[in-house]
Design a protein around this ligand. Structure first.
Ligand SMILES: *[C@@H]1O[C@H](CO)[C@@H](O)[C@H](O)[C@H]1NC(C)=O
Ligand SMILES: *[C@@H]1O[C@H](CO)[C@@H](O)[C@H](O)[C@H]1NC(C)=O
Length: 353
């Protein structure tokens, strides 16, 4: 009887261990890196934008006249453990001979740009080249034989021109051909699915044999993601290619989501939301993304950055994005800033595996 109980307990422990082992979010000791809070750390920021000579003007908030600096001083602190310290030279050595490709919209550009700055700061004497051809940007460290690429692709699935107009095809994905030879792939998509009017780059949506004038955008997003997921399941060998998905990056354009008046948005915000919980709750696109990832046969590592970024209402460019007061930008992130944390998490995940 006693041994039966002992066996039952042993089986239960094995089971708990297995479940833990399958949690892609966790660090070595089972701690979830994506649950935590922002704490002030005076050793931050990790770099000054002025030390990153190739930084895009739209992310250079200080250069564009932002004068408050508290938002630069926050470090992400997971609740149960410490995030490994980012070591740019170590990352370059680990990536020697390899190519890393970000595929996605301007939030993907934001993260790629952050990573190129973080690596340049780590090895300021090392040569680098930056080549832009069409929608592809390639940043190379020749001494380390490392390519860091960004391919602009807002929907992942295709848009084709036909006699009726531009058609967003939810079940077609031609761009994948180009992704196959990469060592690390980091995808993102969301923001463009919401655009309407002048900013909407399609006239019809096609789903299977049906062509629609429009449809529920969240439903369309999930269908597009499923096409991407099927492609990855059928084309990616994870012993050669590591696949990441950058979680949904949140906007801050409605104060009710963080307990302020509805008219408040990112402008003038100088502090993150306190604590670990975003009052506005889970982002609907994040829920859809997680559902698609769970149904995949391939192991895709979700950089689950939605909640930690939701807490950073203070870290958007607002009027300090395009160098003038032309646009209010509550979607992208200042650099140095939040995408540096996304890259610390990317680094932590890469060195763990
Ligand atoms: C689409 O149309 C083709 C040809 O008419 C048909 O063979 C196919 O089954 C249809 N697919 C769906 C999903 O309805
Ligand atoms: C802001 O969010 C609240 C709560 O979700 C919602 O009721 C309201 O319609 C939103 N306002 C705008 C302008 O989107």
């Amino acid at each position: 009887m006693g041994s039966a109980i002992a066996i039952a307990i042993a089986l239960l422990l094995c089971f708990v261990f297995l479940i833990h082992g399958q949690n892609h979010h966790s660090g070595k000791n089972g701690c979830d890196w994506f649950i935590g809070s922002w704490v002030i750390d005076n050793s931050y920021p990790l770099y000054e934008a002025t030390d990153c000579p190739f930084i895009e003007k739209e992310f250079d908030c200080q250069g564009n006249g932002r004068t408050d600096r508290l938002y630069l001083k926050y470090r992400w602190q997971p609740t149960g453990c410490k995030l490994p310290r980012f070591n740019g030279e170590d990352l370059l050595k680990r990536l020697r001979g390899k190519s890393l490709l970000f595929v996605g919209d301007s939030l993907s550009l934001n993260q790629w740009q952050s990573l190129t700055c973080m690596l340049h700061i780590a090895v300021p004497q090392a040569k680098y080249t930056l080549v832009r051809t069409g929608d592809l940007s390639t940043f190379t460290f020749p001494d380390y034989d490392v390519n860091l690429m960004f391919s602009r692709n807002a929907f992942l699935v295709d848009t084709v021109s036909e006699s009726i107009g531009r058609v967003l095809e939810l079940d077609s994905m031609e761009a994948g051909k180009f992704w196959k030879g990469m060592d690390v792939l980091i995808f993102d998509s969301w923001h463009w699915w919401l655009h309407v009017g002048r900013k909407q780059p399609w006239d019809f949506i096609r789903d299977g044999n049906h062509t629609y004038k429009d449809m529920d955008r969240l439903v369309a997003y999930e269908k597009g993601l499923k096409t991407w997921a099927n492609w990855v399941d059928n084309n990616i060998d994870t012993t050669k290619t590591k696949v990441f998905f950058q979680g949904v990056s949140p906007d801050h354009s409605n104060g009710t989501l963080w307990g302020e008046p509805e008219a408040n948005f990112c402008e003038g915000q100088v502090r993150p939301v306190r604590g670990s919980i975003y009052p506005g709750g889970q982002h609907p696109a994040e829920v859809a993304l997680k559902r698609v990832l769970r149904a995949m046969s391939t192991t895709v590592y979700l950089l689950d950055i939605t909640t930690l970024s939701q807490l950073r209402k203070d870290a958007h460019p607002s009027v300090y994005g395009h160098g003038g007061h032309r646009d209010m930008d509550c979607s992208h992130w200042c650099l140095a800033g939040v995408p540096d944390t996304w890259n610390q998490l990317l680094y932590a995940a890469l060195i763990q595996h």
